[in-house]
Design a binder for this molecule. Structure first.
Ligand code: URA
Length: 433
């Protein structure tokens, strides 16, 4: 088989066989195919597309390019949750404890933040001594004992995706539905859980800008997962405005603790319950309403909060920080952003808010950047809220005046105030099963 012939076939709009796709994926991972040839093929895929069968074959081939986690060492029902990336998205840290407290084994690997979106692993590392890289045996043992472990992705999970994604990033070939779906699903399939729930974001802060394209992506990923033998569901959610009030690592841990203590943002709480109920219903086979009520009870009776404390303690973290959030990292400097006119907040651009948080030190522009765990933004007003001149819309936190000043300029472009109250937007559009 020759890569030249495969490129030519896709260039001419023809369908690739399983063997051809596998040849490309495995040989490129082993560095037997040059970047310029892989780029040409990716561009041909980008332009001419792949059908469902090709996309499933691409997913399976990328999944098996590295370690396939065998979760059979875990007793019980395993589940995983994945978000396609958002600003202020801390739902995993609420959903995983809720589901674990209700008997699901949450053996979860998460990523770090890059660019305007945050990552669960960075958030957890704002808790003193929390170890995100325990070895596989300890990971399985912990899941068997307490039902939950949350670690960083191992180096060798879907390495083909890592290489192909890096190439897509610099060749303008990221935004193709088959390439996005296979990239996300290859990692989820390799991570081994039997039940998978996807939170597919749409809006200004997301890959998919509207409900229609997010639905198309979600439907494709659900089909891929089912073809790979998993129970699947996807929830389409809005990412036009940041999720909850806090953006930044320790600030988001504080908000997670609020939700687990039945305080805080109602929309964020609602989304956490919908995601938890979806996982519980596909995994346990419970009726959705029963699952929702049980998830809500786990918040009300404190069992989900206790599960988070067990998780933090098991992974060496200082669980005292969860009872006393004053102990979490915080920044010395803060700056209030005030309304300069009366009216209603018309919109808040999540992407710009996420980028402002990076300027404050809460995220990375490059993989090698270090994070300031205390930095970030607290939004006191959100879209549709009424404001009067001089009201505080948000508070920015950073270690230096310079960071605050830079972020302030950008943050001020993230929202607009107008006389009319805008229509309210739903946070959750639909669930696909
Ligand atoms: N997230 C991924 O992991 N891959 C993509 O292609 C897009 C988002």
């Amino acid at each position: 088989m020759r890569i030249y012939d495969i490129i030519e076939k896709k260039r001419d709009g023809l369908k690739l066989t399983k063997e051809e796709i596998d040849f490309f994926v495995q040989e490129y991972t082993k560095e037997n195919i040059e970047d310029y040839q892989a780029s040409a093929l990716l561009m041909a895929i980008f332009i001419n597309g792949m059908d469902e069968e090709e996309t499933v074959n691409l997913t399976e081939s990328m999944a098996k390019s590295g370690d396939m986690l065998d979760l059979s060492a875990i007793d019980g029902i395993t589940a995983d949750k994945h978000s396609t990336g958002g600003v202020g998205d801390k739902t995993s840290l609420v959903v995983a404890p809720i589901c674990a407290s209700l008997g699901i084994k949450m053996a979860k690997m998460s990523g770090r933040g890059l660019g305007h979106t945050g990552g669960t692993i960075d958030k957890l590392e704002s808790i003193e001594r929390y170890n995100t890289s325990i070895d596989t045996d300890a990971f399985f043992k912990q899941v068997n004992e307490i039902g939950i472990a949350l670690i960083g992705q191992t180096g060798n999970l879907a390495p083909a995706d890592k290489k192909i994604y890096a190439l897509r990033d610099v060749t303008a070939t990221v935004g193709n539905i088959s390439l996005i779906a296979s990239s996300i699903m290859s990692k989820k399939i390799a991570a081994g859980a039997k039940n998978i729930v996807l939170d597919v974001k749409c809006g200004s802060g997301a890959f998919m800008k509207d409900e229609e394209s997010a639905t198309e992506l979600a439907e494709l990923m659900v089909k891929i997962g089912k073809k790979c033998g998993r129970n699947m569901a996807a929830v389409i959610t809005n990412m036009d405005i940041p999720l909850g009030s806090n953006i930044g690592n320790a600030l988001e841990i504080k908000e997670v603790i609020d939700i687990l203590n039945n305080k805080g943002d109602k929309q964020l709480r609602g989304l956490c319950l919908v995601l938890s109920a979806t996982i519980l219903s596909i995994s346990h086979g419970w009726n959705y309403e029963v699952a929702y009520n049980k998830a809500e009870n786990a918040l009300l009776d404190g069992s989900a909060f206790n599960k988070l404390k067990e998780l933090v303690t098991a992974q060496g973290g200082n669980a005292k920080m969860l009872d006393n959030t004053e102990l979490l990292p915080c920044c010395r400097q803060s700056l209030e952003i005030k309304a300069n006119q009366d009216g209603y907040i018309q919109s808040i651009d999540s992407r710009i808010v996420g980028e402002s948080a990076v300027l404050l030190g809460a995220g990375r522009e490059k993989k090698t950047d270090t994070i300031d765990y205390g930095a970030g933004i607290v939004l006191l007003k959100k879209t549709c809220d009424k404001v009067s001149i001089g009201d505080t819309i948000a508070v920015l936190y950073a270690e230096t005046e310079e960071r605050l000043k830079n972020a302030e300029k950008l943050f001020n472009t993230s929202f607009t105030i107008g006389a009319e109250k805008p229509d309210t937007m739903p946070l959750i559009y639909k669930t696909i099963r």
